[in-house]
Design a protein around this ligand. Structure first.
Ligand code: PAF
Length: 284
C-alpha cells in the first residue's frame, strides 16, 4: 500500500492506472477509521482494480465554532487498518495543497442542501461538494462509495455527479451500528461513558418511529412530537432537528409513505450526532 501526500502525484497515478485499463474505486473519508469505513473499503475492493482511500479532514466543510481542530486524527492507525483491509493507495493531502493561496472555486448544490444539516450548518455542503469534486478530479474513480449515515450528503453527492456529468458511479452503503444500535461515527470517541448511554436515544428514536408506523400512525407531526418528548428525557441531549423527509427531494412530509425517511441530529453533550432510517419496511 502506498501513501501519497501530493495532489500532483495522486493525479498522475490515477492517469497511469486509467491508461493501463484499471478501474479505480474510491472511498473518501476524513480518517479515524471505524468498522463503518471498513465496510465501505470492503465494497470498494469488490468494485475496482485499484482501491484508493482518501484521508483528509476538510477545513472548508466545518463552520466557525465546529470541531475542525478537535476532529480525531490518527494516520498511523488508519494506515494499519487500511492495509489490512486491502487498500492500494491512501491519499492524504495537506490542506495547503488542496487549497493553495489564491484558491477561489467552490461548488454549491441548490435545493436539497436547504433543509436538515444544510440549514443547521451553513456552508457545510459547499465545503463537502467542493472537496468531493476536487477529489474526484484528482483520483478519477469510476466508482465511489459513501455511507448512508450521512443521508443528505449522499443525496447531494448523487446530485452533483448527475448535474455535472461526472462519470462516477455512486454507491451508498448501509449504516454500520454498534451492537447496541449506536451508529458508528468517528465522533463517538468524544462521548464519555454516560453520554455514550444517552446517545442511544438516536437509534432508539428510529425504532420507536418504526413501531408507531407499524401500529398504523401515518401523521409525521405526531411521530415527531413523540420522539421529541423522549429525546428531551435525556439530560444532556439537545435536539438540532427531528424531521421526516422524502428520500429524494429531502422536503418535509406531512404523511408517512414508502419514501419517508426519519432524519435526526442531536447534540449529546457537545457532540452532534446524526442518524436516519426509512420508516416503511421495504428499505434497508
Ligand atoms: O463523509 C465524510 O467523511 C466527508 O464529508 C467527506 C465525504 C470525506 C468529504 O470530506
Amino acid at each position: 500500500m502506498d501513501i501519497i501526500r501530493l495532489v500532483s502525484e495522486m493525479q498522475q497515478r490515477a492517469i497511469s492506472a486509467q491508461a493501463a485499463g484499471q478501474t479505480i474505486s474510491f472511498v473518501p473519508t476524513m480518517g479515524f477509521l471505524h468498522q463503518g469505513h471498513l465496510s465501505l473499503i470492503e465494497e470498494g475492493r469488490k468494485k475496482g482494480d485499484l482501491l484508493v482511500l482518501s484521508i483528509f479532514v476538510n477545513p472548508t466543510q466545518f463552520g466557525q465554532g465546529e470541531d475542525f481542530e478537535d476532529y480525531p486524527r490518527g494516520l498511523q492507525q488508519d494506515s494499519d487498518l487500511a492495509q489490512e483491509a486491502g487498500v492500494d493507495i491512501i491519499f492524504a493531502p495537506e490542506a495547503s495543497d488542496m487549497y493553495p493561496d489564491g484558491y477561489a472555486t467552490y461548488v454549491d448544490v441548490e435545493g436539497i442542501t436547504d433543509n436538515l444539516c444544510g440549514r443547521s450548518r451553513p456552508g457545510h455542503f459547499r465545503g463537502v461538494c467542493t472537496v468531493v469534486s476536487k477529489l474526484f478530479n484528482i483520483v478519477q474513480p469510476q466508482v465511489a462509495i459513501f455511507g448512508n449515515k450521512d443521508f443528505q450528503q449522499l443525496a447531494v453527492i448523487r446530485r452533483i455527479t448527475l448535474d455535472m456529468n461526472m462519470p462516477v458511479e455512486i454507491v451508498g452503503m448501509s449504516i454500520f451500528r454498534e451492537s447496541d444500535g449506536l451508529a458508528m461515527s468517528s465522533r463517538n470517541v468524544y462521548l464519555t461513558p454516560e453520554l455514550r448511554k444517552q446517545a442511544l436515544v438516536l437509534s432508539q428514536s428510529l425504532l420507536k418511529a418504526k413501531a408507531l408506523v407499524e401500529s398504523g400512525e401515518t401523521d409525521c407531526a405526531t411521530v415527531i412530537s413523540r420522539l421529541r418528548e423522549s429525546i428531551a428525557c435525556q439530560p444532556d441531549a439537545r435536539i438540532d432537528y427531528v424531521q421526516i423527509c422524502h428520500q429524494s427531494t429531502l422536503a418535509d412530509q406531512d404523511h408517512i409513505d414508502i419514501d419517508s425517511v426519519l432524519l435526526l441530529a442531536v447534540y449529546v453533550g457537545n457532540t452532534r450526532l446524526i442518524d436516519n432510517g426509512y420508516l416503511v419496511q421495504n428499505h434497508d
